[in-house]
Design a protein around this ligand. Structure first.
Ligand code: UD1
Ligand code: UDP
Length: 372
């Protein structure tokens, strides 16, 4: 079976690493008359800095992309449109039986749309997530992708319900768990010997707060941006606050004349590889973030989490009481009072994100749907 996988942004490299490893294992397990899965990787180039892209291919052993489209940054329409055009050429050339897309970025939508227009079946990993906020570009991307796809790999029961509520046939929906949980189990064990990020930044376990902010609703709203970073600077007078800085956020801080204050008060570092990131997450006292992936990783490593957003797609974490949604103006207060609001007691006993075999399940379903 020939599959083309479309990736382009940081979290997609991590997810694809896990699934591509499962493809390799599946192929190794075949007997002589069974057909292997042949996977071709397309990197759209949505993320292109060394530390937003190459580092993940190197340290997570992802095969080098078969096609690198080099699209780069642009407005939503221009970026998605250019991807669509280039992905179509690859699909016409490769004629895959299926296209595999991940998550909710512009690369996801472009991949799904290019395939659907050519009548190539689409499988969507991380289907069914909803914030119910259509102002988010990601919400538009994921809704459209889900309605184009014919195989929807849902990470949670909530995601399954969301899809059913939108009228998507149950036959297309596969509850597989979260491939990011697989990744956290696989790489989480390996980081201690591979990362010295704590030493490099003179950090002691549980003696710092980790923060990541990159969501457009926070970076592109000057009031929210200022309130978040003034709050974090205030907290940094009490405990180190470590910030691996996303390029979008760096640009926004410079634009709003906040950059100097932030680098003077926080431990600001460039975006880091996944293993360093996991090391920072595992040892943080608390994580304050607007990232989807980081919210879950906080839970996987039993670290209390504050999500600086009005809603989350990973609602189970809030329902279980190990994550709390906080508006920028109350961030400082909640960081100080976190123990009153977030409890991690016994949370991993009933993980809503599967059992660490999501990628394997995806590959099993894909291989059994070869004739669809
Ligand atoms: C994208 C996804 C978002 C995801 C995030 C993961 C969309 C609509 N958004 O947001 O869902 O959470 O990736 O990190 O697809 N830039 C660089 N170097 C890079 C990449 C980006 O400097 O390697 C800068 C550019 O100025 C660019 C800006 O960051 O304009 C935003 O990048 P873009 O890929 O458009 O969106 P993200 O905010 O990264
Ligand atoms: N991440 C990383 N280095 C960083 C910041 C994040 O490896 O400097 C990882 C993080 O651990 C998680 C993923 O990138 O696995 C999340 O990506 P991001 O926050 O960019 O996107 P989102 O999940 O919000 O779409």
């Amino acid at each position: 079976m020939k599959i083309v996988t479309i990736i382009g942004a940081r979290p997609q490299f991590i997810k694809a690493a896990t699934v591509s490893r499962a493809v390799t294992e599946y192929n190794k397990s075949l007997t002589h008359n069974q057909k292997p899965i042949e996977e071709f990787l397309v990197h759209t180039g949505q993320h292109y800095d060394e530390n937003m892209s190459d580092v993940f291919f190197e340290e997570l052993d992802i095969p080098q992309p078969d096609y690198h489209l080099g699209i780069g940054s642009a407005s939503h329409g221009a970026q998605t449109g250019r991807m669509l055009e280039e992905i179509e050429k690859v699909l016409l050339n490769k004629e895959p039986e299926r296209v595999l897309v991940y998550g909710d970025t512009n690369s996801t939508l472009a991949g799904a749309l290019a395939a659907a227009k050519l009548h190539i079946p689409v499988a969507h990993v991380e289907a069914g997530l909803r914030s119910f906020n259509r102002q988010m570009p990601e919400e538009i991307n994921r809704v459209l992708t889900d309605h184009i796809a014919d195989m929807l790999f849902a990470p949670t029961q909530t995601a399954v319900e969301n899809l059913k509520n939108e009228g998507i046939s149950e036959e297309k929906i596969f509850l597989v768990g979260d491939v990011m949980y697989d990744a956290s189990l696989y790489y989480g064990k390996r980081v201690t010997e591979k990362s010295n990020i704590l030493e490099q930044n003179h950090l002691q376990p549980r003696q710092y707060i980790l923060t990541t902010i990159h969501r457009a609703e926070n970076t592109d709203d000057p009031v929210r941006l200022r309130t978040i970073f003034e709050g974090l600077s205030q907290i940094a007078e009490e405990i180190p606050v470590v910030l691996p800085l996303h390029p979008r956020t760096q640009a926004a801080l410079i634009r709003e004349n906040l950059y100097k204050t932030v680098i003077d008060s926080l431990v600001v570092i460039p975006p880091i590889g996944y293993l360093d990131m996991v090391m920072l997450e595992k040892n943080a006292r608390l994580i304050a973030t607007d990232s989807g992936g980081v919210q879950k990783e906080a839970y996987f490593y039993s670290v209390p989490c504050i999500t600086v957003r009005q809603e989350t797609e990973w609602i189970e974490l809030v329902d279980m009481g190990c994550n709390i949604l906080v508006e920028p103006h109350s961030l400082v207060w909640f960081i100080r009072e976190i123990k009153e609001y977030v409890s991690l007691n016994g949370i991993l006993g009933n993980c809503p994100y599967g059992n660490g075999y999501s990628a394997k399940k995806i590959i099993n379903y894909l291989s059994h749907h070869q004739t669809v």
